[in-house]
Write a protein that binds this ligand. Structure first.
Ligand SMILES: *[C@@H]1O[C@H](CO)[C@@H](O)[C@H](O)[C@H]1NC(C)=O
Ligand SMILES: *[C@@H]1O[C@H](CO)[C@@H](O)[C@H](O)[C@H]1NC(C)=O
Ligand SMILES: *[C@@H]1O[C@H](CO)[C@@H](O)[C@H](O)[C@H]1NC(C)=O
Ligand SMILES: *[C@@H]1O[C@H](CO)[C@@H](O)[C@H](O)[C@H]1NC(C)=O
Ligand SMILES: *[C@@H]1O[C@H](CO)[C@@H](O)[C@H](O)[C@H]1NC(C)=O
Ligand SMILES: *[C@@H]1O[C@H](CO)[C@@H](O)[C@H](O)[C@H]1NC(C)=O
Ligand SMILES: *[C@@H]1O[C@H](CO)[C@@H](O)[C@H](O)[C@H]1NC(C)=O
Length: 778
């Protein structure tokens, strides 16, 4: 059967974004938003605004035009965003002190039992400490009146907080302590609200996953009924709305990072990313996260929904936490039952009750709307607009591909049974009774329809099954290797991101039909967008326990304590799950951490081929220097995992230097255990590390050696430091793989992997649904 359905959707959405971006490219005189980066930031008494304004005036001629054109003056980035013509862009590019002018570009959103599944019980949670932690989210906004964001029991915001609440009809409380919005292009489409208020649902969902309050009796039409809660219900939320129905603008993302740092957030959660790999110095999330890191803020980001293809991972900078999506032990299914008693279980979050009543069952191919230009070949897929309502009305329609259900719904059908093998590991919610069965079951249903005089069927209300296979990384979760720095393993870890129940905006559609008029308070959706706030919540949990820990220490704690994921369920091993599944309860007691600071990351960048000029683009700091462009590998960045990329036909041979800091037990002795596969061996020197004080650091080297490598997609082992009482297990995966032929290890500016995978198995995020809806109907 054809697999065009969902892929066509996704293609449409990508095209739509591309059209938006390029629609005015034809007119060179039209002003478009650009980010102008300066190399130096004068110290001391310096007004960024005044300087940027005078620079603009000198190019644009008049002070008033400069005023109009300026979009943002970034305080932390030595940059501004302004609306410029192509000619003006050229003038700025040639100006002294300007290192680069980047056109604004658009990034994409990536889309409760999960905390219990992770072993973080409600009683585990130390609420007082959490009250000082602020999670800043860059997303679609938030619904402030939602029950999940009530501020019962929360005191005033922490005294360090400098954030604010902007926009009409948007009020903060002691849970949501900040709300800002950014739309430099002034692109407002139907449904976009000019305030931090969320009309898409995505930002409300991610916020409540990270830090929502406990709400009993939360469900999606009774499904997944239980207590909904965030990982840190006592923590505060600040929303930075950068995503709109068209996507999320790079200039806006940078502005949001800038404000979040100044406002005083502790953790930044970014469930969005670029669609293709870009070097660090043009990636707004990498740049923003670097600045956040300088100010002690960890950025947690989604790995992307472009899996399972290799090199598909996004947000791969070593100073950010990159989160894959995995399942929890719950699966949503709905049964289709035929008149002859045969029942087929399919994937669906089916909120509709037909009370066992049966309806005539037809094949979509028999219901083509010929006057609309459709044929049997189209209507068998039940594509929107291809169905004949005379044939479909009052019936259940069998369709040969997964679709959003609107084809049958708009032709007044009762329900739909869709056969598709493309997606087998997560479920969608539909605007009508629906379920998605396998193609082999589909053949049986087609057979029943063709051999029965009056075929009938019903679709049962959705139910939940226990998924004993959990956790496993879902197919759409983006995979490593790292497309830009092959010697840094990405993703870093995995967290629940499949069929997650969390808060929803009451004005956002509750199913994948963007015109679905129903309103819900909670919704069940999937994506690395959903796993990212789980990791952000876990990071906040660690930060609450250890307010003085650096971003690298928090990240290390999450990685080295992660629960090992079963390699037998993943042919791409760590490229799917990184160090494993987050285990927040353990992450507050990691024993040892792999710490790193700004100096370490700059040295890393210099070794990657960046020079003083290009490094300053990322650091925004005049004092950053690459003494010489060192052609080195990333092996010495103090990273909590090990990755060795080997060219085809070369020998496996790498030496890594690492330093661990003792953070838990003053007097302790750690011994290393090494696990290696047949393909390579690991040796560690020294094998024993003794500590007598907290904060003490000890260094060691890890040697990885083996034979010649060929066509090795990935092979992996691990090293584990354990103390004598076995209270702490500090585990790091060691990954060896064959890098693509011809890959250069020092790609200063451009990656070889600019090309997107040609197919896409992602779930639809709300923003995509939006566009699908618009285009699907045309
Ligand atoms: C940048 O650093 C150089 C020395 O490396 C110094 O001479 C110069 O004044 C600095 N510029 C600013 C704007 O701070
Ligand atoms: C403010 O928003 C709420 C929620 O959408 C709405 O019910 C109310 O009418 C709005 N008030 C104004 C003045 O727009
Ligand atoms: C959810 O469960 C609670 C407690 O078991 C029950 O009172 C409530 O009616 C349920 N809600 C729905 C919508 O099924
Ligand atoms: C067939 O499609 C046309 C054009 O979309 C529509 O106006 C018409 O109502 C459809 N006919 C039936 C019977 O569904
Ligand atoms: C970063 O850490 C290194 C040791 O790893 C230390 O020498 C350096 O001073 C630190 N830099 C900053 C900016 O704290
Ligand atoms: C730094 O690297 C960039 C990009 O590779 C290059 O254009 C520039 O000339 C380099 N600058 C110096 C000072 O070497
Ligand atoms: C650690 O051990 C040393 C020597 O054995 C001892 O003097 C010191 O008090 C111990 N420190 C702690 C915190 O137990």
């Amino acid at each position: 059967m054809a697999k065009t359905g969902l892929m066509t959707w996704i293609l449409y959405s990508t095209l739509f974004a591309a059209l938006l971006l390029n629609s005015d490219a034809a007119n060179a005189n039209e002003r478009k938003v650009h980010i102008v980066y300066m190399g130096d930031r004068p110290k001391g008494d310096f007004s960024a605004k005044a300087t940027h304004h005078s620079m603009l005036t000198s190019v644009l001629g008049r002070s008033s035009s400069a005023q109009e054109s300026l979009v943002y003056s970034y305080g932390n980035f030595n940059a501004f965003a302004a609306k410029l013509t192509e000619e003006e862009v050229e003038k700025f590019s040639e100006m002294d002190g300007v290192v680069r002018v980047i056109p604004n570009h658009i990034l994409k959103l990536h889309t409760t039992r999960s905390w219990d599944f992770l072993g973080l019980s409600q009683s585990n949670v130390g609420a007082q400490l959490q009250g000082d932690v602020v999670i800043g989210l860059l997303d679609t906004g938030i619904w402030p009146e939602h029950e999940s964001f009530n501020d019962q029991g929360l005191g005033a915001p922490p005294s360090k907080w400098k954030g604010t609440c902007q926009g009409a009809n948007f009020t903060c409380n002691n849970k949501i302590i900040g709300g800002r919005y950014y739309n430099s292009e002034n692109w407002y489409y139907e449904g976009d609200l000019k305030s931090p208020r969320d009309s898409e649902g995505h930002g409300t969902h991610t916020s409540s996953t990270a830090a929502g309050d406990r709400v009993p009796g939360a469900s999606y039409y009774g499904l997944a009924n239980g207590t909904a809660r965030g990982g840190v219900p006592g923590a505060r939320i600040a929303m930075y709305k950068v995503c709109w129905s068209f996507g999320c603008g790079a200039a806006d993302i940078l502005a949001a990072f800038d404000d979040a740092i100044a406002d005083g957030v502790d953790i930044i959660s970014v469930s969005l990313g670029s669609e293709f790999p870009v070097p660090y110095d043009v990636d707004p999330i990498a740049i923003g996260a670097f600045h956040a890191m300088k100010y002690g803020i960890l950025t947690s980001s989604s790995a992307g929904n472009s899996g399972p293809w290799p090199y598909s991972v996004s947000n791969y900078a070593p100073w950010t936490l990159t989160v894959a999506a995995s399942t929890i032990d719950r699966k949503f299914v709905a049964k289709a039952v035929l008149g002859n008693g045969q029942a087929f279980t399919g994937l669906s979050i089916n909120s509709f009750e037909l009370y066992g009543k049966t309806y005539p069952l037809i094949w979509g191919g028999d219901a083509a709307n010929y006057s609309a230009g459709a044929s049997q070949d189209l209507s068998k897929y039940c594509i929107t607009g291809s169905m004949n309502s005379y044939k479909v009305e009052g019936k259940i329609v069998f369709c040969e591909v997964l679709w959003d259900g609107t084809g049958v719904l708009l032709a007044n059908g009762v329900g739909t049974i869709m056969a598709d093998d493309e997606i087998t590991d997560f479920a969608f919610n539909y605007p009508l009774p629906a379920t998605q069965i396998s193609t082999s079951d589909g053949e049986k249903i087609l057979d029943y329809i063709k051999t029965t005089e009056n075929p009938i069927a019903t679709i049962l209300l959705g139910e939940t099954l226990t998924d004993y296979m959990a956790p496993y990384v879902v197919s759409f979760s983006s995979r490593g290797p790292n497309p830009v720095t092959p010697d840094i393993l990405k993703p870093d870890l995995t967290a629940p991101g499949v069929d997650i129940l969390a808060a929803w905006s009451p004005i956002a559609p509750p199913s994948i039909d963007w015109e679905d008029p129903r309103s819900v308070d909670y919704n069940i959706i999937s994506g690395t967008s959903m796993s990212c706030p789980h990791a952000s919540g876990a990071a906040a949990y660690v930060k609450a326990a250890h307010p003085d820990w650096s971003p690298a220490a928090v990240k290390s704690a999450l990685m080295t304590t992660a629960t090992v994921v079963d390699p037998n369920k993943h042919e791409d091993l760590e490229f799917a799950y990184g160090s494993g599944q987050i285990n927040p309860a353990q992450a507050i007691k990691p024993g040892l951490v792999y710490d790193a600071n700004e100096t370490d990351y700059i040295s890393f960048l210099c070794k990657q081929g960046y020079n003083t000029t290009t490094v300053r683009l990322i650091t925004g700091d005049n004092s950053s220097v690459c003494s010489s462009t060192l052609n080195g590998r990333a092996w010495d960045l103090n990273y909590p995992s090990f990755s060795l990329a080997v060219e085809d036909g070369k020998q496996i041979d790498g030496v890594f230097t690492r330093t661990v800091t003792n953070v838990d037990s003053a007097n302790s002795t750690y011994t290393v255990q090494m696990y290696s596969p047949p393909e390579f061996s690991i040796s560690v020197e020294p094998e024993v590390l003794s500590f007598s004080t907290i904060g003490e650091k000890k260094s060691f080297t890890v040697k990885v050696g083996g034979g010649f490598i060929s066509q090795q997609k990935i092979t992996s082992g691990a090293i584990i430091w354990t103390d004598e009482l076995e209270q702490y297990r500090v585990r790091s995966p060691v990954v060896v793989y064959n890098v693509l032929p011809g890959y250069t290890f020092f790609p200063p500016q451009t990656s070889k992997f600019q090309k997107k995978p040609t197919t896409f198995h992602g779930p639809t995020t709300p923003s995509m649904q939006h566009k699908n809806g618009i285009l699907g109907r045309n």
